[in-house]
Design a protein around this ligand. Structure first.
Ligand SMILES: [Mn+2]
Length: 424
C-alpha cells in the first residue's frame, strides 16, 4: 500500500489553523527555534523488521491482522511509517528471517520507497529448522569449537547480506549465558567470546561498525556472557575502533543510571547507538516513553550535550533504532508512538539552556540546575514535531492520519486477516 500524498495534505489543512496558533507561542519563546526544527527534520530512527508484526510473550501470542508477509511488505510498512512521519527512512533486517532473494531488486524497491538499510542483525539465540547442531549451550562462547565456528560463519554471512544491501553495521546481541551456578567458567566464556568476535571483526568491511549489545539477564537466568556495558566496552576496546557498545534501554537492572552510561561511552567514542523501548520491570520491550519519558529525556540531554561537545552530528554519528514488541497494540500505531516519544525527548533536550546549566553546575546551584532542565522537559514541544513534519511533507498528526485513512484495513484487504510476519 502506498499512501496518497494528497490525502495527507488534505488532513493537514484541516488542522492547520490550530497548529499555527500553537507554533507561534514556541517561535516567540525558543531562541534557537529554526535550528531545533531543522535538527528535528534531519533526525531519523531505524525500524527493525521484527517490530512490524505483533509480538508475544513466552506464554503466547495474540495475532494481529494484515501483517507483512515478506521482506518487501516489511519495506512497505516502513515506508508507510515514513510517509506519515518523515522520521524513519531505514529498516534494520534480521537474518535468517529476512534473507533477500534478489539484492538488486530489494535495493531498488527500498530506494523507490525512499528507504535504505540500517544495521543488519545476526541470530544465534535459537536453532533454525534443519540445523544439525544446537545453540542450547551457547554460540560464540560455546565450549565446542565447531559450534563457535558455525556461529562465526553465520555472523560473517550476515555481514555479506548487509554489504550487498548497503548496510554499514553488524549488530550483535549474544544470548549466551548460563542458568545455574557452576555451569560455566566465566573467564573461559569471555575469552572464547572475544576470540569468536575477533574472527567476525576481521570480516567487517573498512567502513562498517560492529555494534555489541549487552543484556543483564534472559534468556538465561544466572549469568549472561555480555551482561552489562562494562563487559561490552571491554570487548569493544579489545576488538578495535570499529567495535562499539550498543545500549538497549530495556537491558539494565532496575534503577540503573542509563544516562550516565551513555555520557561516558560517548566520551570514549564507544557509543554505537540505541535500541529504544521502555520497561516497568525488565526487558518489557514497551513503547518508548510509555513508562518513563523523563528518563528518555535525561538520556537525550546527555546525548545532545555529549555530541555537541565532540562536534558530532546528531542525526548520523550514532545509530538510532527502535527495538520494541507490541503484544496488544497495532504495530504501526505503536511504532508511531515510539517515534513521537523519542523525538519529543530529543526536542526537549535541544531547548535546554546549556549555558545557564553550565553556570549553575559550576556554582553548585543544585535547585537552579534542576529547574533549568525541567523547564525544558515541561515545555509542550509537540507543536515543534508537528512543524518539522509539516515542513517535510508528513502528517501533522500521524496517528490520527493512520486511523482516518483506515490504513490497517487497507493492509488487511491486501494481505488477508491471518497473514503473519516472520521474526517473532
Ligand atoms: Mn535490542
Amino acid at each position: 500500500m502506498i499512501l496518497d500524498k494528497q490525502k495527507i495534505d488534505s488532513l493537514n489543512s484541516d488542522g492547520l489553523t490550530l497548529h499555527q496558533n500553537k507554533i507561534q507561542v514556541l517561535k516567540d519563546s525558543i531562541p534557537n527555534f529554526e535550528e531545533v526544527i531543522s535538527k528535528l527534520v534531519d533526525f531519523q530512527i531505524a525500524i527493525p523488521s521484527w517490530a512490524l508484526g505483533t509480538g508475544g510473550t513466552r506464554f503466547g501470542r495474540f495475532a494481529g491482522t494484515g501483517e507483512p508477509r515478506n521482506i518487501e511488505e516489511k519495506l512497505e510498512d516502513v515506508a508507510l511509517l515514513n510517509d506519515l512521519t518523515k522520521s524513519c527512512n531505514s529498516i534494520s533486517l534480521h537474518i535468517p528471517w529476512d534473507i533477500p532473494q534478489d539484492y538488486d531488486a530489494l535495493r531498488a524497491k527500498a530506494s523507490d520507497l525512499g528507504l535504505h538499510f540500517d544495521a543488519v542483525n545476526s541470530n544465534t539465540f535459537q536453532d533454525q529448522k534443519g540445523q544439525d547442531f544446537s545453540y542450547k549451550f551457547g554460540s560464540l562462547h560455546h565450549v565446542n569449537k565447531d559450534i563457535r565456528q558455525k556461529a562465526i560463519e553465520h555472523n560473517i554471512e550476515v555481514i555479506q547480506h548487509g554489504d550487498k544491501l548497503g548496510s554499514k553495521a553488524l549488530s550483535l546481541w549474544l544470548s549466551d549465558g548460563s542458568d545455574f551456578p557452576g555451569e560455566l567458567n566465566f573467564r573461559g566464556a569471555f575469552e572464547r567470546t572475544l576470540e569468536s568476535l575477533q574472527e567476525i571483526y576481521k570480516a567487517l568491511p573498512d567502513d562498517w561498525k560492529f555494534y555489541i549489545e549487552y543484556k543483564c539477564f534472559e534468556p538465561h537466568f544466572y549469568s549472561t556472557t555480555i551482561a552489562d556495558w562494562g563487559q561490552s566496552y571491554l570487548l569493544a576496546s579489545k576488538l578495535g575502533p570499529k567495535a562499539v557498545t550498543l545500549v538497549d534501554l530495556g537491558h539494565h537492572l532496575p534503577g540503573a543510571n542509563i544516562e550516565q552510561i551513555v555520557s561516558l561511552l560517548l566520551m570514549e567514542d564507544k557509543l554505537a547507538g540505541f535500541h529504544f523501548n521502555d520497561s516497568k520491570y525488565s526487558d518489557d520491550d514497551l513503547t518508548a516513553g510509555s513508562i518513563n519519558p523523563y528518563q528518555l529525556f535525561l538520556i537525550f540531554h546527555e546525548l545532545v550535550e555529549g555530541l555537541d561537545h565532540k562536534g558530532k552530528r546528531h542525526a548520523t554519528d550514532i545509530g538510532w533504532m527502535i527495538d520494541a514488541s507490541h503484544n496488544v497494540k497495532d504495530p504501526i500505531e505503536d511504532l508511531l508512538q515510539s517515534v513521537e516519544a523519542i523525538k519529543l525527548a530529543y526536542a526537549q533536550a535541544l531547548i535546554i539552556d546549556q549555558n545557564a546549566l553550565t553556570g549553575a553546575q559550576n556554582n553548585n546551584k543544585v535547585a537552579l540546575a534542576q529547574d533549568i532542565i525541567q523547564d525544558a522537559y515541561r515545555t509542550d514541544v509537540r507543536p515543534l514535531l508537528a512543524e518539522a513534519r509539516l515542513r517535510s511533507g508528513a502528517a501533522l498528526s500521524p496517528i490520527k492520519a493512520f486511523n482516518s485513512l483506515d490504513i490497517r484495513n487497507e493492509l488487511v484487504k491486501e494481505r488477508g486477516l491471518h497473514s503473519v510476519a516472520t521474526g517473532l
